[in-house]
Design a protein around this ligand. Structure first.
Ligand code: XBP
Ligand code: MG
Length: 229
């Protein structure tokens, strides 16, 4: 039977992208004197590029920057962005998605173990996971531990390894098409809990697609406002 559930972080545990990472990137651009501001819609389209550093580099290259300059600047901007985002996490700026806490409590009560697989940076991901889920999480795999970011399955494979389980004994919970490819690529049955940025993406291979943890509409953070998708 089911022995563990492995959760993605961004968009799955909390609504961290639109009002979290995005403004932190924008503040980092300001601090580095770069005249770039990512609005909600543009950031949504950039989310197909995983990894904040790669996302910045791709955007700058798209604006005509030399690729080497873009890569070097992305490294600096992303370092600043990470520090800013850690501050937001420490300030308690993020809350669990509606219904998540009850869902996880139910799993733990049923003896199901909890893991996390993100390819975001460890500096912010570990404190955020502790803040959102407390100490029920046994294994946290982050972008610092993998060679290849999602949609590569590496993060999920490492999480399974950390739990000592085969994919057949676990379930993944994701919010995005990129995440579904990573999780199913690791052989995991995958439940998608959509949000405003991800609803309508290609979830081919997912076992189930839900609008929220508590079933009904309004269960997703993106339901607070229209975000496109
Ligand atoms: C989410 C990402 C990350 C975050 C920003 O990854 O793609 O890039 O948007 O975090 P996942 P960083 O789906 O694996 O959670 O800036 O630390 O990359
Ligand atoms: Mg996600």
């Amino acid at each position: 039977g089911l022995q563990a559930v492995i959760f993605d972080v961004d968009g799955t545990l909390a609504d961290t992208e639109r009002d979290g990472h995005r403004p932190a990137f924008n503040e980092a651009f300001v601090r580095h004197g770069i005249d770039v501001e990512w609005d909600v819609e543009h950031y949504g389209s950039l989310l197909r590029i995983t990894g904040g550093r790669r996302r910045v580099a791709a955007d700058l290259t798209g604006r005509g920057w030399d690729p080497d300059d873009a890569a070097a600047t992305a490294l600096d901007v992303h370092r600043t962005k990470t520090a800013l985002f850690v501050e937001r996490v420490q300030a308690g700026a993020f809350v669990p998605r509606k219904g998540l806490t009850a869902f996880v409590d139910g799993l733990v009560a049923a003896g199901v173990r909890i893991g996390v697989a993100t390819t975001g940076r460890r500096d912010w991901a570990v404190p955020l996971v502790r803040h959102l889920l407390g100490d029920v999480v046994e294994v946290v795999v982050t972008g610092d531990e993998v060679e290849r970011l999602k949609p590569d399955p590496e993060a999920y494979l490492l999480a399974l390894q950390g739990l000592g389980l085969d994919a057949s004994a676990a379930l993944a919970v994701e919010d995005s098409g990129v995440g579904v490819r990573a999780a199913t690529g690791a052989g995991l049955a995958t439940v998608v809990v959509t949000n405003g940025y991800t609803v309508g993406q290609d979830f081919t291979g997912a076992a189930l697609v839900l609008p929220g943890y508590d079933g009904g509409p309004g269960g997703g953070p993106g339901d607070r406002t229209a975000q496109g998708g």
